[in-house]
Design a protein around this ligand. Structure first.
Ligand code: ZN
Length: 120
């Protein structure tokens, strides 16, 4: 009975994860970095000897996907949306990892119960 309960609980948790995955919305891998620049114009505020005010921030998105590293600028008006997508991607990965944990637990529980053909 305890094994049955365990399998039911595992299945219930997997269903909850699957449901949350369908609710995630747009996502994007990576992280955002801020960058401040000094320009080439003589007498620009970015080169003020007393109080230099560098240009920026400029936002850079960096990510590696399928072995390829990419870094590109993100317009200021798109930064909030990109932060949300990055946060969703992190949740996505956490949910997928939790799902796989549960699948490993399910297989183990099934094997213990003798349900699976060829189990030992
Ligand atoms: Zn400047």
């Amino acid at each position: 009975m305890i094994q049955d309960m365990s399998l039911l609980e595992i299945a219930r948790r997997i269903e909850a994860i699957q449901h949350r995955l369908t609710q995630l919305g747009p996502m994007h891998p990576g992280s955002l970095g801020e960058q401040y620049n000094v320009c080439g114009k003589a007498g620009c505020r970015c080169k003020d000897p007393q109080k230099p005010q560098k240009h920026g921030p400029y936002y850079q998105l960096s990510f590696t996907w399928r072995g390829k590293s990419t870094t590109r600028f993100v317009r200021t008006q798109h930064v909030t949306e990109m932060r949300q997508r990055i946060a969703r991607y992190k949740r996505f990965r956490e949910l997928v990892n939790a799902w796989v944990d549960l699948e490993i637990a399910r297989e183990r529980a099934e094997r213990v119960k003798g349900k699976r053909a060829g189990g030992n």
